[in-house]
Design a protein around this ligand. Structure first.
Ligand code: GLU
Length: 468
């Protein structure tokens, strides 16, 4: 039995030149989702040919970030620097087929050309001086100069593609000059490597940022020169930051992994990023499975999407409260452990999560609540203490403490102990509940006091009430 080759093969091809941020990783989410939604293959390719700006640390953040978000790849990571021999091999093929020619124009000559063109209000472009043509005499080859290799871009016609986001795009070939595809030392340039990779990796759909849209007609011409049909293209609009600028590390974008450390859930992040440039009706909150069930390239947005941290927090809060308590307990555990808390395996965590999950928008916020239950002490604000823990209520607090030492330990009995104390001292619920909250939980803003006390346990309550 033979298995049919998968019809969809996508890739994410980041350059590890900075720490990958949310704007970048969205360019991984869509090709990943498209591959998964179509039982296809998702390839990870690291475009590390910019030796000065690439770093292993940046590669690590890409891989860690994708792993955290569950954007698993089926093939790779392939590193372009490890494929140099292959590029040179294909370059030789292209040369043998007459699609490439050496160009000896010096940098000074190129600069002068550019200046002349600018002065004449023309678009700066290589003028084809060294492009061979029947009957054309080329300038004499200068001595001791290593040429670059240029690609013979077609001079007639135009390049057309149906972009899945932008619609039909047509670029006339006379707008494209002959691209340098190998440097004087023989190393291939970016646009050429991308085409060789996309061919070798049998990529069917290129889904990438629209900062590459100008490269596409050049890449398509190289595909054709190599006798290959180009893939389908979808160029995603930019992601803007909250100030409306293109999201970038330079203007404060955080590395993806920082959101993990700040307590965001991977499924919430996938949900949020998915909506940043794609929609499924009015659906705002959805699971990973729903997203994969719905995703296609037909509903990608055409205009730039703007990052909104408040919305991300809201999406996270929705996912957080939808989790069952035991799962949430497992997720909050490392965050609580990071706060130096111990005894976290005593079985109380799921119930604590259940009690607080609808008040928290991140795991970090939830861990702060966990701390109330495991830390030795809490530190109420002085003004809250002054406001709620008054001389009038101190005797009642003492009496409640005594009752709680002997009553049965369940919510109903705790509630009864509170009520008896209220009756004894002629107080109303808030008069006693507020100081109890402030003293035992460190804040007046908690869920129902009997539920909090039940989870705190007799000893901690007693210890903390005695600070009254
Ligand atoms: N390496 C390019 C980048 O990080 C992506 C190239 C591509 O997707 O074709 O912007």
């Amino acid at each position: 039995m033979t298995t049919a080759s998968p019809s969809v093969r996508t890739r994410f091809a980041p350059s590890p030149t900075g720490f990958i941020h949310l704007g970048n990783i969205r360019s991984a989410l869509y090709p990943w989702a498209f591959a998964r939604a179509n039982q296809g293959v998702f390839v990870l390719r690291i475009e590390d040919t910019d030796l000065e700006r690439s770093s292993q640390a940046a590669v690590d953040v890409i891989i860690e970030g994708m792993k955290w978000l569950g954007l698993d790849h089926d093939e790779g990571p392939f590193y372009q620097m490890q494929r140099m021999e292959r590029y040179k091999e294909v370059l030789a093929q292209l040369e043998a087929a007459g699609h490439v020619y050496p160009c000896y124009m010096s940098v000074a000559e190129l600069d002068a050309l550019r200046e002349r063109q600018m002065a004449a209000k023309e678009k700066p472009r290589y003028d084809g001086t060294w492009r061979p043509a029947p009957g054309k005499t080329l300038p004499p080859v200068p001595e001791g100069v290593q040429p670059v290799l240029r690609f013979k871009n077609p001079q007639e016609g135009s390049v057309v593609w149906e972009d899945k986001v932008k619609g039909r795009i047509e670029i006339s070939n006379d707008e494209l000059d002959d691209l340098v595809i190998a440097r004087p030392d023989g190393t291939p340039t970016y646009n050429f490597c991308v085409v060789v990779d996309d061919i070798d990796m049998a990529i069917t759909h290129v889904i990438r940022g629209d900062d590459h849209v100008n490269n596409t007609p050049r890449q398509i011409n190289i595909f054709r020169a190599l006798g290959q049909e180009p893939p389908v293209y979808a160029h995603l609009p930019t992601v803007l930051n909250e100030q409306g600028e293109k999201m970038s590390k330079r203007n404060g974008a955080k590395p993806v992994t920082q959101y993990r450390d700040e307590g965001y859930l991977p499924d919430a992040m996938v949900n949020y990023l998915a909506r940043l440039g794609w929609s499924h009706g009015d659906d705002e909150i959805f699971s990973r499975e729903q997203f994969l069930g719905w995703f296609n390239l037909d509903h990608l947005g055409r205009s730039a999407a703007q990052f909104d941290e408040a919305k991300l927090r809201w999406v996270n809060a929705q996912h957080l409260k939808a989790l069952d308590d035991a799962t949430l307990a497992g997720l909050v555990l490392p965050f609580a452990a990071k706060l130096g808390l111990s005894g976290l395996d005593d079985g109380r965590l799921p119930a604590i999560c259940g009690l607080f999950k609808d008040r928290c928008d991140t795991l970090v916020a939830l861990a702060d609540w966990v701390k109330v239950f495991y830390a030795e002490e809490v530190s109420p604000q002085a003004d809250e203490l002054a406001k709620h823990v008054t001389d009038a209520v101190r005797p009642a607090l003492k009496a409640l403490d005594a009752r709680l030492q002997v009553c049965a330990w369940d919510k109903a009995s705790i509630s009864a102990a509170i009520k008896e104390t209220l009756t004894e001292f002629g107080l109303k619920m808030p008069h006693l509940a507020m100081p109890v909250r402030v003293l035992t939980a460190g804040t007046a803003h908690t869920p129902s006091v009997d539920a909090v006390l039940e989870l705190l346990g007799r000893e901690k309550i007693s210890l903390r009430l005695r600070n009254a």
